[in-house]
Design a protein around this ligand. Sequence first.
Ligand code: ATP
Length: 116
Amino acid sequence: MIRFLRSVAYAWSGFRSAVGTQANMRIHVAFVVAVNAAGLLFGLSAMEWAAIIIVQGMVLAAELLNTAVEHVVDLVSPQKHPLAKAAKDTAAAAVLFAAATAVAVGLIVFGPHLLP
Ligand SMILES: Nc1ncnc2c1ncn2[C@@H]1O[C@H](COP(=O)(O)OP(=O)(O)OP(=O)(O)O)[C@@H](O)[C@H]1O
């Protein structure tokens, strides 16, 4: 149990570090707060909440992994290298796909609530 709590503390520290150092992470968190507030406002159904929560988790997880890749690349390859570029660009592409998926799901979920 202690080990699990310690792991959670390390993970929380990683999350706080990403929020503190990555502007994109702060943008994602701001979107999560805004979207969840809108969800409460519109009284989303259980299935709508499920869709929204899944894509939010996907985007945050993708951004955190992207940040981890950036740190490791900066550590092992401070000089320019094609593989370092490929690693960073591929991780960034993962965030782009997750964010595009979240936008699509957001439109599908909130669209009907916004249209008259
Ligand atoms: N060591 C490197 N070798 C080759 N290309 C690199 C290297 N580091 C960064 N790049 C290129 O520059 C781009 C921007 O890198 P940077 O480290 O500024 O990350 P970023 O995506 O801007 O992240 P951040 O959100 O921290 O600003 C990368 O996507 C990559 O194409």
